[in-house]
Structure formats: structure tokens, C-alpha cells
Ligand binder design. Structure first.
Ligand code: FE2
Length: 363
């Protein structure tokens, strides 16, 4: 395939469609350290949709809810529950990104559109991807407002230490048999490559099994693992997601930190729930991953996982689902050389996930 005539510079924002944007935003602000930077709603003349824009270093979330019945957002929530609608990319040219995506077989969600306010001009366009999820292309020409035209800037005084740095990767779950076609979509539309993969021989516990391929763009800033369930004795966690989200969708966002111990301790003190790690996981940890700088006693106390490869190691931990349906969750990750995805932890992790599935009656 020929080279793209535009480039994807990174993740721009993720937009969440939720039932109660005000309360969801409060959770991300207070439990996860995000700051409210912009808003649109009835007070700004937006009659159908309310949106809170949250920021933490390079991470931007839009939390949106409908303000009346019979809206697309309401329909989305009715079908999927709270979840991520849009994974947006910052691009060098939103018109060309849209045109090339369409010519490579993607379906349009929004034709290129120029939006401006007194702070400058932005061009946006969107295409559909798996399930009801979309990718918006954002071309920030000379824009120097807080977020995007149409939002009112909020100057929130925040005491949060802003410990989360950027989006490390975003994972999409697919129904059985749909992982490869989804990866082919990204190869065809964006010329992305396969960065890393695991199959069910690598990842299976007694019950739960999955296959995964990580797709990445040319500068490797965008990493999107694509999962599908694999046959197991009982229900795969990926299948549980599909059953409750009703289709493909975003399973987790991995957010990076420079100090996972401080970050996780803070989030726990604010009520964020993490998956439990079996205490036996820490026996022989050093012989599995090699020497690490962190105190294993503290990692054990917090349940933080470690994995290593030839380039170094990584520390990671996973939250429980962030809404009542067992769908979206977050991963907190600190990389110390390793660019992989914690394959060595999948077994310990899956056993913990299966315990939660069992409590929900879904195993
Ligand atoms: Fe992950």
C-alpha cells in the first residue's frame, strides 16, 4: 500500500457516552486526578448534549450525556451502557485523512468540517470503526483555546498532582472471528502494522482464553490491541464484554504514569477499585522478571504486577469495571524499558478476572 498523505500524531481525545455526565466527570476528577478544562451544555447554548472536558497531562476525555429523549447518545447508552464512543487522533490534515480512509474502504461518520471561534480554527472529520465506535480526526491548525471551538473554558482550581501522563494503548474487544478482519481494516485504512500478538496457546487459564494482535501506526505512538475470545471450558472475559456491550467496543484504556506506586496508592485512597492479585504471584517474582527497583513488599500490598522482556520491565495494574456493566476498565502502566504488554501477567490476571466473573454469575 502506498504511503499515507497525512500522519497521525497521537491520540487526541476519547469521548465517553454516559447516563450522567456530571457524576461521571466528578469521579474522574476526584478519583483519577483529572481537571475540568472546558464545558458545553444548556448554559452555553447546547440544547441536546452536555459535555465535560477533562484533562491530565496529555490525556483528554470528553464525558457526554444527552439532555433530551430520542438522541443518538441516548440510543448508544440504551444499547451499550456507559462506554467509549470515539477514539480521536490528532492528524496533520483532517480532510486528507478522511478522504484517504474512505477511499481505502472506511465508512464516513462526519465529513470534514471547519470549526472556529476567537481562539482559532480546527478541522474535524470522523470515520466508523468496529461496532458503534468511531475515530475522529482532529487537525489543530493554529488553535490555542482550552480544547476545541464550541466549548467554554473552565478555570478550575485543582490540587490534583496530575500523575497520569499519556494514553499508552487502547484495546478493542471483538466477537469471536472478528479479530483478523478488524486488524485488516486498520492495515487497509491506515496502513498500520502488527506490533505484537498472542494467541490462546499463550493466554489461557483453565477457563478463560483470548487471542490478541496489537496494531500500531508508523511512529508507534498509537497502539491498539485487538482481542477476541478463544474457546475455553467456560466463558472468556472477552465474551462477557461482548455480551454486555452488545457488540465490539473499547475494553480498556492504558494510562501511563512515572510513579505507579504513588499513583495507585492515591487512586485507592480515593476509592478506585483494582483487581486483586493473588499473594502467591509475588513468590519467585524476581526469578521470573529479574532485578527491579521497586520494593516487592509495596507492590504486593498494592497488587501491582510486573513483567519483563529483553529490553527491560513494566509495572501494571487493572481497575475493576468503571460502570455496573462488566465492560470498560482502565490499566495503569509504568514502563521501564519494556515495550510489551505484560504477557507474563495474563495468567495471574485472568484468574483474578475469573473470580470477579464468578461473583457476577458470568463464568
Ligand atoms: Fe493493556
Amino acid at each position: 500500500m502506498t504511503k499515507l498523505n497525512y500522519s497521525i500524531k497521537g491520540f487526541d481525545f476519547c469521548e465517553f457516552y454516559v447516563g450522567n455526565a456530571k457524576q461521571t466527570a466528578y469521579f474522574y476528577q476526584n478519583a483519577m486526578g483529572f481537571k475540568l478544562i472546558a464545558y458545553k451544555g444548556l448554559e452555553t447554548g447546547s440544547r441536546e448534549k452536555v459535555s465535560y472536558v477533562l484533562n491530565q497531562n496529555k490525556i483528554y476525555f470528553i464525558i457526554s450525556s444527552p439532555l433530551k429523549k430520542n438522541t443518538d447518545i441516548g440510543e448508544h447508552i440504551n444499547l451499550h451502557g456507559d462506554g467509549i464512543k470515539d477514539v480521536a487522533f490528532t492528524v496533520t490534515d483532517a480532510k486528507v485523512a478522511w478522504e484517504e480512509s474512505i477511499s481505502h474502504g472506511a465508512k464516513s461518520e462526519l465529513k470534514p468540517k471547519t470549526i472556529s471561534d476567537s481562539n482559532g480554527t480546527v478541522v474535524i472529520s470522523s470515520i466508523k470503526t468496529f461496532g458503534d465506535t468511531i475515530h475522529t480526526f482532529v487537525e489543530r491548525k493554529d488553535y490555542n483555546g482550552a480544547f476545541l471551538p464550541g466549548f467554554k473554558t473552565i478555570e478550575e482550581k485543582s490540587t490534583n498532582k496530575n500523575r497520569l501522563c499519556h494514553i499508552d494503548h487502547i484495546v478493542g474487544n471483538q466477537p469471536d472471528g472478528k479479530m483478523l478482519p478488524t486488524c485488516e481494516f486498520y492495515e487497509k485504512v491506515f496502513n498500520w502494522k502488527r506490533f505484537w500478538s498472542v494467541d490462546d496457546k499463550d493466554i489461557n487459564t483453565e477457563y478463560s482464553s483470548l487471542r490478541s494482535i496489537v496494531m500500531t501506526n508508523d511512529n508507534k505512538i498509537i497502539k491498539m490491541p485487538i482481542n477476541e475470545p478463544a474457546e475455553g471450558k467456560k466463558k472468556s472475559q472477552i465474551q462477557e464484554f461482548i455480551d454486555y456491550y452488545e457488540t465490539s467496543g473499547i475494553q480498556h484504556l492504558a494510562l501511563s504514569t512515572k510513579n505507579i506506586i504513588k499513583t495507585v496508592r492515591h487512586m485507592k485512597s480515593k476509592g478506585v477499585e483494582f483487581l486483586n492479585t493473588p499473594k502467591s504471584y509475588y513468590e519467585n517474582l524476581i526469578s521470573r522478571v529479574g532485578k527491579i527497583e521497586e520494593d516487592i513488599k509495596i507492590l504486593k500490598e498494592l497488587g501491582i504486577l510486573v513483567d519483563s522482556d529483553e529490553n527491560g520491565y513494566l509495572l501494571q495494574i487493572f481497575t475493576k469495571p468503571l460502570q455496573d456493566r462488566p465492560t470498560l476498565f482502565f490499566e495503569i502502566i509504568q514502563r521501564k524499558g519494556s515495550n510489551s504488554f505484560g504477557k507474563g501477567n495474563f495468567k495471574a490476571l485472568f484468574e483474578s478476572i475469573e473470580n470477579e466473573q464468578l461473583k457476577r454469575g458470568n463464568l
